[in-house]
Design a protein around this ligand. Structure first.
Ligand code: NAD
Ligand code: MG
Length: 401
């Protein structure tokens, strides 16, 4: 169970600001993290900001939060930022290796992993090695590299606090409970924007429609994942890995209002849930301050009298087979889970580039799992890079995808 380590080390709030490195600071989770920090300047000090290429937003963030380091992947973006007027105390660096190195000297206690996709893996491993507490929003690394992550957590006695709202809910609900009393976890799923869209319309869904989620404002990739229900499939694997449970003990329940963020069922028949408005600042603040209690006003207060009827229904596995495929992957091997994740990253990128239709994403993932799953072994980050390249080539080779 990855999160058990969360109980071992503590951050003291109040004596001095907690150093926070925010990796993926220009994205949706990165910006929500900075919103929490902006509202609590006495509690937190940003030491690192990092982004892929959005130098304009990174520049604004540098000038506001004055971190020791800022890192961009893109060389041209680094030049742009160096030509602009930036906070002189910030070292602006280029590339993943630089990012991984400065995690050993930036002085932060917490690293927020808000980079999307398997691209977060090496920085996440570097953050664990440099003994940061991890506030983990990224789920792709847990799915594709669960065994590498587990080994790093054990080796460096790492601390991982989940930020994904469902896993944060589960983590909050099990506090003070005995894991022996837990019978099942129940992940809620909004169903995304197309849960009731007629099947024949799925082929013509455009990227601009798929990135609009009814309840959450998120990055493009996770929005598409929510629309295909692959997000819930990834979250099922994430939950099994974080809480050390087999897939038959994790259920998925469709709940379109996104107010109940997940539930834990106990063996006496009790179920406990965490409820709040759909806002990521709550789970982020909880991860930043754990185990020292909650940040006042981390998000707007829920008013159940005004939120209307809360609905729940079983997931339609026939229309949305991704969760079922994730269960098969979990039963098969780590390699199958890795292929599931990487094939999805490849397919979503192709969809967003206009090279694959929406209704082909999940069939492509399922086919990749059956073609590559049996033979693939997760041995290193490089093995996942090679799988990525092979899967992408396959997508373009095979017209039947
Ligand atoms: P996003 O696309 O809005 O932001 C991604 C961030 O990662 C950006 O700062 C981008 O510059 C950076 N990035 C992208 N590629 C990179 C690369 N190759 N190297 C370094 N940096 C790179 O994504 P998001 O919606 O904020 O999601 C981030 C992660 O959090 C995802 O794994 C997602 O599944 C997870 N998550 C997001 C939400 C949400 O509400 N957005 C909720 C739960 C979990
Ligand atoms: Mg989630």
């Amino acid at each position: 169970m990855l999160v058990k380590y969360a109980l071992k080390r503590e951050v003291v709030i109040g004596e001095r600001p907690i150093g926070v490195s925010v990796l993926g600071s220009t994205g949706s989770i990165g910006c929500s993290t900075l919103e929490v920090i902006r509202s609590n300047p006495e509690l937190f000090q940003v030491t690192v900001l990092s982004a892929n290429s959005n130098w304009e937003l990174l520049l604004e963030q540098i000038n506001e939060f004055k971190p020791r380091f800022a890192v961009l992947n893109d060389a041209t973006a680094v030049k742009e930022i160096l030509h602009s007027h930036t906070h002189s105390g910030t070292h602006v660096l280029e590339g993943e290796d630089a990012l991984n190195d400065i995690l050993f000297e930036d002085g932060s206690e917490i690293t927020v992993i808000a980079i999307v996709g398997i691209a977060a893996l090496r920085p996440l491993l570097a953050a664990l090695k440099s003994k940061k507490r991890i506030a983990l929003a990224n789920k792709e690394c847990v799915v594709a590299a669960g065994s590498l992550l587990k080994a790093a957590v054990e080796k460096y006695q790492g601390v991982i606090i989940p930020v994904d709202s469902e896993h944060s809910a589960l983590f909050q609900v099990i506090q003070g409970e005995s894991t022996a009393d837990v019978s099942r976890l129940i992940l809620t799923a909004s169903g995304g924007p197309f849960y009731r869209t007629p099947v024949e319309k799925m082929a013509t869904i455009q990227p601009a429609e798929a990135v609009k989620h009814p309840n959450w404002n998120m990055g493009a990739k996770i929005s598409v994942d929510s629309a295909t229900m692959v997000n819930k499939a990834l979250e099922l694997i994430e939950a099994c890995r974080l809480f050390n449970l087999t897939e038959d003990r994790v259920d998925v329940l469709v709940h379109p209002q996104s107010i109940v963020h997940s539930l834990v069922a106990f063996n006496d028949g009790t179920q406990k849930a965490q409820l709040s408005v759909p806002s990521m600042t709550g789970p982020i603040a909880y991860a930043l301050t754990y185990p020292h209690g909650r940040l006042p006003s981390a998000m707007a207060e829920l008013n159940l009298a005004e939120s209307g009827v809360l609905e729940f229904e079983a997931l339609d596995n026939e229309r949305f087979p991704a969760v079922q495929t994730a269960r098969e992957c979990l039963r098969a091997s780590d390699g199958h889970c890795a292929v599931f994740n990487i094939a999805n990253e490849v397919a979503v990128a192709a969809f967003l580039e206009g090279q694959l239709s929406f209704d082909r994403i999940v069939p492509f993932v399922r086919r990749a799992v059956s073609e590559f799953g049996d033979s693939f072994r997760v041995s290193s980050p490089e093995s996942l890079d090679a799988l990525w390249n092979e899967t992408r080539e396959r997508l373009f080779e095979c017209s039947s995808f």
